[in-house]
Design a protein around this ligand. Structure first.
Ligand SMILES: Nc1ncnc2c1ncn2[C@@H]1O[C@H](COP(=O)(O)OP(=O)(O)OP(=O)(O)O)[C@@H](O)[C@H]1O
Length: 373
């Protein structure tokens, strides 16, 4: 089973340009609000018609602009779960699920058996006669999933499946969803703006920005070695600087006003460098390699970390090499005041908290630096 999507669509001022292939896997689309995630799902489901391109599911063409193929949503065998689940409010759980069974040839007894079976599987037993407003968020979500699963879809599309749930219920429902998707075993496209959710539920993910989807990569890779600034931002990297390659193992981090040494080859077309906030650490031995003197602008306490916002002290680099001198002539980033602040997350109780307004030398471990091209 595989999905091939290669489409373009313009709606008003927004342009969608999406090309990727998904196998039997849970593939995540990670993007900020308005990046085109829902529109992508609607194009696959046949609710929106692309201007150009091709969509193919398991060798069956669902849409092809040149060949003038455009299967109706009913013929696509796509299960689309909307953000708000879209249950019929005047129908019971049983009736809602029953509407997923479109096979007319199925006798009443087999249809009833199929509904009963899926109700048991999704732990909805006892709720058959409830209307959607009598259900919790998790039960509504399972009812909507049951309605999709009973229709034996060739692919499942989940649009922010957990966003309607409060944080207490979310974890429980996410665990159940993960089991249901594993049992389903075919292609699932899961849309979310929550990086942790994508990491836990998906095997690969694509970063969506401004209507464009990046090539899907294993989730571990997107989070540990993002290749572009947009992937890094979406995966939660808080420290990003424009950067230029100086030698195969040194780079100029323009927004941090420093030269950094690396433990591996720097790509020729380097444009940025990043470091997770949890990888930036105090340099206990004072000034050493890849360390920057900073001024603590702010300390924020959260349940697990002491979060520090640090202003690098510009001009704090060794003398004697030509490329160091070029730093002071570089233009600042557009919003220079905030973009130059570094964020350092120190686990609570790992050390005595530093105080605001203090000077601190921090270290950027070379093996943790991420290169963006
Ligand atoms: N029918 C339409 N006409 C014009 N513009 C539209 C239409 N539908 C969506 N858009 C625009 O397309 C963009 C992408 O919308 P989409 O719903 O795909 O975003 P999203 O990534 O799913 O966001 P969210 O996470 O907020 O749901 C938005 O800027 C939206 O305003």
């Amino acid at each position: 089973m595989s999905l091939i999507i290669d489409i373009e669509k313009t709606l008003g001022n927004f342009s969608l340009d999406v090309h990727f292939k998904a196998e039997n896997e849970v593939l995540g689309l990670l993007g900020a609000s308005g990046s085109g995630k829902t529109m992508t799902l609607k194009c696959i489901a046949g609710v929106i018609t692309p201007d150009r391109g091709h969509i193919e599911l398991d060798s069956q063409v669902l849409f092809d602009s040149e060949k003038k193929i455009n299967l109706s949503p009913q013929k696509r065998r796509v299960g689309l779960l909307f953000q708000n689940y879209a249950l019929f409010p005047n129908m019971t759980v049983w009736q809602n699920i029953r509407t997923g069974l479109l096979r007319d040839h199925m006798g009443r007894a087999s249809a009833d058996a199929a509904v009963k079976d899926i109700i048991e599987k999704l732990r909805l037993t006892g709720l058959e006669k409830h209307k959607p407003w009598q259900l919790s968020g998790g039960q509504q979500q399972r009812t909507a999933l049951a309605r999709i699963l009973i229709s034996a879809p060739q692919i499942i599309l989940l649009d922010e499946p957990l966003s309607a749930l409060d944080s207490c219920l979310r974890w429980e429902v996410e665990t159940q969803l993960s089991d249901i998707l594993a049992e389903y075993g075919k292609t699932v496209i899961l849309v979310s703006h929550d990086r942790d959710e994508i990491y836990r539920l998906c095997s690969r993910a694509s970063a969506m920005t401004g209507g464009c989807a990046g090539q899907p990569v294993p989730v571990e890779e997107m989070f540990e070695r993002p290749s572009s600034i947009s992937e890094a931002l979406l995966s939660g990297c808080k420290n990003i600087s424009r950067a230029r390659r100086l030698t195969s193992r040194t780079l100029l981090a323009q927004d941090w006003g420093t030269v950094l040494k690396t433990d591996r080859e720097i790509p020729e077309n380097l444009c940025g460098v990043g470091l997770h906030a949890t990888d930036l650490c105090p340099s206990w031995s004072g000034k050493n390699e890849n360390s920057i003197r900073c001024h603590i602008e702010k300390r924020i306490s959260d349940p697990l970390y002491d979060i520090y916002l640090l202003r690098p002290q510009s001009g704090d680099w060794p003398e004697g090499e030509d490329h160091f001198k070029t730093i002071s002539n570089l233009p600042q980033a557009e919003d220079s005041a905030s973009s130059r602040l570094l964020r350092m997350d120190c686990p609570k109780n790992s050390s005595q908290p530093f105080s605001k307004e203090q000077e601190l030398t921090v270290s950027m471990p070379c093996q943790k630096l991420m290169f963006f091209t």
